[in-house]
Design a binder for this molecule. Structure first.
Ligand code: GLA
Length: 734
């Protein structure tokens, strides 16, 4: 068993292939965290030290023992009001407004398989692939019962955590904070790596030393946000891509979140992750339960690259689901950057016809096909096809596109409403708004109240009607603003402090139903690009439009940051026009294709405006993508050269798990005169094997990995390089 309980000392030990996690329910019933790191054997209770420390108080049960203090001991799930003055994982108030709860161990259970969470996305696994530990904690004074869930996937070095809080008392309790995971480290110096950004420039890598004073990131926007990713890494200062210890936390949730890391007064470090506690206050009536969403944790003793690969495999195989989880997805063309709102049905058909000639497999009709929607100021909520604009019905358009040999996809934004829409005129109270106050507009639109079941059900029916009306194989689910008004017109039923959480539950309910009723449908997530790029959405949508920024150079940086926590298969990525529409940069088609191929590949440009030579390049790249798809999506991903500020080169590669084939790629971020040769060292090959490239040149695996390979001299800005390798005599080498 991966999970063991040692009765003597009440010690829980979780062993994965390369890591150990240990905790102890001590004599007072406090659940103390002992260790999380590379494999270690035996009880580590001896790590705890006890000192009488000024102003660190002692629980009543400790009597005169002033050396026992929760302010200094490492804890598994610290709560406010226990004498631990660090940032708590949980804060509770009773009906009289009194803070505090004091959880103590009651019982536990260990079983095969992985727990699931009602209404929430979570890692899933076969019975034989995972184990579950549930620890029951209780506070006798308030009647709060808390279940701590641990899901273990030993082969992937992954431990998941989630929390259930139940009110077993007689009066309401208010959860003011409910994090899903918390880790206390007894000693050490750490860096926090996080991924900040903005619209069209998401997930930029930032690594900073963690000192005293909390480092807090999160979102207050109703979604996980462009600004911070709900994925963070704690790393020892000397940890690099290929060496050293690091821990990652990924939140399986798409709403506002908070991640905190702090070195405390005694040099101990606490990191936690969970839902955002600002504008959160969940009323638990007697008998009710609340679920804090899941956090996926992994630890790597072999650097950040290994940590990323653990997350890639977990998300690809145990979060993403359905028909498109592991099957090649169609290479699509999206009309947004080609036409924006200005299209007709025949223009779309013309794009599809040209795209078909290049080998594209699906035509996606973006925003503007419904209601009164010729700009972003109107029409959202009216999910009726604008046949006048299309010049035909959606079914007819789809049939014509299918006639060209392409599948058909459609853009939708179900969570939104324009004030200038039939829906809003009929149901103004369906938009989130505070009575008597003017709402904040963003992109001229308001947010529908998805915390309400009736609203979700109505929109579901509207979207479903469209899906039934034509052959539609794909939808792009967009969400184009942040939520500012946290108030529901159904206030009799909705406590404002619960709305943002219930909104996300409503969104998940919709997406779950869509997945069940349309199992063949490929859904691509989107929120102004990558504003809701998280493991929660990936449970329902196996790919997400990574950014509204389609410039190859910016995309390389955005996709670099994204690659730390999310698999390549999740990254929606397109070739677009030059000068690029977001930043005016001109990059060669070859490089645009290479950047877009490090993802779920597609096109988004006016094919009338590209040269025959560029068309030939795109045609070739689509063939390459088909040939390399398995390697790109199922292979191991390695970051070889980081596109950091000031660096001249970015390089990455994909290698089959058995080292039988590989694809390496690089792009010049900058060029200089008389530049020295750049050597990059490859990864994931078999040292003892030989490899052949597309020109028939032979290299040794050891040479490529240890000595490296020189890149050609880039003589134009933003040039790129690609090396496809096959192991020579692969079958005999096995
Ligand atoms: C968002 C998306 C874009 C496009 C537009 C349409 O910005 O990220 O790709 O679909 O909406 O309005």
């Amino acid at each position: 068993m991966a999970i063991e309980f040692q009765t003597e000392g009440r010690i829980f030990t979780i062993q994965t292939d390369a890591t150990t996690y240990q905790m102890q329910a001590d004599t007072y019933g406090h659940l103390l965290h002992l260790y999380y790191g590379e494999t270690a054997a035996g009880s580590m209770e001896y790590l705890l030290t006890f000192e009488d420390r000024g102003f660190s108080g002692n629980p009543w049960e400790a009597g005169e023992d002033r050396t026992y203090s929760l302010d200094a001991l490492p804890q598994e799930y610290p709560t406010q009001g226990t004498g631990d003055f660090r940032s708590p994982a949980m804060a509770v108030r009773d009906a009289g407004g009194v803070w505090g709860c004091h959880l103590r161990y009651q019982s536990h259970s260990i079983r095969k398989g992985k727990y699931s969470l009602p209404g929430l996305p979570a890692v899933y696994a076969e019975e034989e692939e995972a184990e579950t530990l549930e620890i029951q904690m209780e506070d006798p004074d308030t009647g709060l019962a808390v279940t701590l869930y641990y899901g273990v996937l030993p082969r992937l070095d992954v431990i998941t955590r989630a929390v259930k809080a139940e009110n077993r008392g007689n009066s309401p309790l208010f959860l003011e904070k409910a994090q899903s995971a918390c880790l206390d480290f007894l000693a050490g110096t750490y860096d926090l790596i996080q991924f900040y950004g903005r619209h069209a420039m998401e997930r930029q890598f930032q690594r900073s030393a963690l000192g005293h004073g909390a480092a807090v990131i999160g979102s207050r926007r109703g979604t996980s946000s462009h600004q911070y990713s709900p994925f963070v890494i704690l790393a020892e200062p000397d940890t690099s891509e290929n060496h050293g210890l690091c821990w990652g936390l990924s939140f399986v949730y798409s709403g506002p979140f908070k991640a905190e890391a702090e070195k405390d007064q005694y040099g101990q470090t606490r990191i936690s992750m969970g839902i955002q506690d600002e504008m959160f206050s969940y009323c638990l009536k007697p008998g009710e339960a609340f679920y804090a969403p899941e956090v996926i944790m992994s630890c790597s003793g072999q650097g950040l690259g290994r940590l990323s690969r653990n997350f890639h495999k977990t998300i690809r195989h145990h979060i993403c689901r359905g028909r498109w989880k592991l099957t090649p997805r169609p290479v699509l063309i999206n009309n947004w950057e080609a036409t924006y709102f200005g299209f007709t049905g025949s223009r779309i058909l013309e794009i599809a016809r040209q795209a078909a000639e290049l080998g594209v497999e699906m035509m996606v009709l973006d925003d503007g096909w419904f209601g009164k929607r010729d700009s972003d100021c109107s029409g959202l909520g009216d999910w009726q096809v604008n046949e006048e604009k299309l010049g035909c019905s959606l079914a007819q358009l789809s049939e014509q596109i299918h006639g060209l040999g392409l599948q058909f996809g459609l853009w939708v934004e179900p969570e939104m409403v324009s004030e200038d829409s039939e829906l809003y005129r009929k149901h103004p109270d369906w938009a989130l708004a505070v009575p008597g106050r003017k709402p904040v507009r963003s992109r001229c639109q308001l947010v529908l109240d998805f915390s309400r079941e009736d609203v979700v059900d109505y929109i579901y029916e509207q979207i479903s009607r469209v899906l039934r009306s034509a052959r539609i194989e794909y939808i792009k689910w967009d969400m184009n603003r942040s939520i500012a008004e946290v108030y529901s017109a159904a206030a009799d039923r909705q406590n404002p402090g619960e709305i943002l959480y219930r909104y996300v539950l409503g969104l998940y309910r919709f997406l779950e139903r869509l997945n069940r009723e349309y199992p063949e449908l490929l859904i691509e997530g989107c929120s102004g690009g990558g504003g809701r790029f998280d493991a929660g959405m990936l449970y329902y949508t196996p790919q997400i439009w990574c950014s509204d920024n389609t410039d190859a150079m910016d995309r390389i940086r955005i996709q670099y940051g994204t690659s730390f926590g999310y698999p390549i298969s999740a990254v929606g990525s397109h070739i677009s026009a030059v000068p690029n529409h977001q930043n005016g940069r001109v990059t060669p088609m070859e490089t645009r294709g290479l950047a877009a191929m490090a993802g779920s590949f597609g096109l988004e440009l006016d094919l009338d405006k590209i040269t025959e030579e560029e068309k030939a390049c795109v045609r070739r790249q689509i063939c390459q993508y088909h040939q390399d798809w398995n390697l790109i999506h199922n292979g191991d991903y390695y970051r070889l050269a980081a596109p950091e500020e000031g660096s001249e080169l970015a390089a990455w590669m994909f290698a089959a798990a058995d080292g039988s084939e590989a694809l390496a790629a690089a792009a010049a971020l900058d060029v200089h005169g008389n530049a020295p040769a750049s050597l990059i060292r490859l990864k994931g090959l078999r040292a003892e094997s030989e490899y052949r490239d597309e020109e028939g040149r032979i290299y040794s695996g050891s040479g490529l990995m240890r000595a490296g390979i020189p890149l050609p001299r880039f003589r134009e800005p933003y040039g790129s390089w690609r090396l496809r390798l096959w192991e020579v005599n692969h079958d005999e080498n096995k």
